[in-house]
Write a protein that binds this ligand. Structure first.
Ligand code: PCP
Length: 384
């Protein structure tokens, strides 16, 4: 029995498209209408209280457009963008790429939502570790996509084998409650983990399965001593109460007995707000749902010019646009494509954010590695 997923061939063939795009193509073909269009990707607003978002998913979009007679300009993947700013535009015969709209937007909306939430968690965590634990909250077919975008958004690590392989990093994780129940006690599980798992794997013991977090943390410290890297609190909702006080108690008891090196790891229901609330006592976070099921960014792909004439639907500005940034003060402005100057007192040469990507389906620049995109995101987020 097959999984309920579309494979790459089906996606490239446009079979994940919305039927009304297929009907549009049928009508245009019947009328032999071949219009050269420019279509622009833009988000009019952002979810929740986001002021900014991270542009992600461009590598997959490029993979889908490569070979099609389409020209594209785009912000570099990982760019911080604001509502109303075009992040990508495509030019070509509508019939050559119109049917890909659903898949193109799917890649950008989903990836950018995940990367943005990861960046918000990153920003809230400062230098505290944030690991993506969310693959179990999404369909396994997209686990690599979910974790890749959590990583480029700023997570320090990913948990699944396949995502780690594709990113060229080591998978990160601690231990599940099942291990403790199967070994019969926390102490047995901690000792077995320490005895059997490769020494380079940090010893982070889960301390909320059977007994109280404070006492199980001390059990871990007494069992592993200096080899204990951290204790994970994943306290169930029914027992969670004041998790900050629980973490402070664990911190106190560990420090009182000289286990200052033991870090406190928190998971379960974590997002940027929980990180901000707990980071005075927590050293590392496992974030699942908060990132993997982040609100998608509501990008739209709209026509802004037909046969070189600016035209757009109601509620949308027509014409091809650029986003200019002042390298000195950071002022940004959406301007008509031909405009190269920014009205900014700095009178520095403005930096155009949308860069050439594809010329009639030919890739015009090498795309950066996930690591390079992550570094670019961290560079921007730290000054926001
Ligand atoms: C979950 C698992 C995930 C955490 C919670 C993600 O705990 O550890 O990492 O939670 P979130 O989606 O709320 O952010 P359990 O389901 O108790 O699983 P396990 O015993 O496998 O650690």
């Amino acid at each position: 029995m097959p999984l309920h997923i579309a494979d790459e061939d089906a996606i490239r063939a446009g079979r994940t498209t919305d039927v009304y795009f297929e009907r549009t193509a049928k009508i245009l073909q019947a009328r032999n209408i071949h219009k050269q269009v420019v279509m622009e990707v833009r988000a009019g607003s952002l979810p929740e209280s986001y002021e900014w978002a991270i542009f992600a998913g461009l590598e997959e979009v490029t993979a889908l457009l490569q070979g099609l007679p389409v020209t594209a300009y785009a912000m570099p993947e990982g760019t911080v963008f604001y509502p109303g700013e075009p992040v990508l535009w495509l030019q070509g015969d509508y019939l050559d790429f119109g049917k890909m709209e659903t898949a193109l937007l799917g890649c950008l909306c989903h990836a950018s939502g995940i990367a943005t939430k990861a960046a918000r968690c990153r920003q809230a965590a400062g230098d505290k570790m944030v690991i993506s634990f969310g693959a179990r909250r999404a369909h396994p077919a997209i686990a690599p996509m979910v974790e890749r975008n959590a990583f480029i958004g700023g997570c320090d690590g990913v948990a699944t084998l396949e995502a780690a392989r594709l990113l060229g990093v080591k998978p990160m994780g601690t231990m599940p409650h099942a291990l403790i129940l199967l070994l019969g006690s926390a102490r047995e599980a901690f000792l077995a983990f320490d005895e059997i798992i490769e020494p380079e794997v940090p010893r982070v013991c889960l301390v909320d399965t059977i007994g109280d977090e404070k006492f199980e943390a001390l059990t871990a410290a007494e069992a592993l001593g200096q080899r204990l890297s951290g204790v994970r609190l994943d306290t169930p909702g029914s027992r969670r109460g004041d998790i900050v006080h629980i973490a402070e108690e664990v911190r106190w008891e560990l420090d009182l007995r000289g286990y200052r090196h033991v870090r406190i790891f928190l998971s379960g229901g974590i997002n940027e707000h929980e990180i901000a609330r707990t980071r005075h006592v927590v050293d590392a976070y496992g974030v699942g749902t908060g990132i993997s099921n982040a609100r998608a960014i509501d990008f739209a792909l709209d026509i802004v010019a037909i046969d070189g004439v600016p035209v757009a639907k109601r509620g949308k500005e027509s014409g091809v646009k650029q986003v200019l940034v002042c390298p000195q003060c950071g002022k940004r402005q959406v301007v008509p494509w031909q405009t190269s100057t920014l009205d900014c007192p700095c009178s520095q040469e403005a930096r155009p954010l949308l860069q050439p990507l594809l010329e009639r389906g030919q890739l015009l620049r090498d795309l950066p590695s996930p690591q390079a995109i992550r570094d670019y995101v961290l560079e921007q987020v730290k000054i926001l």
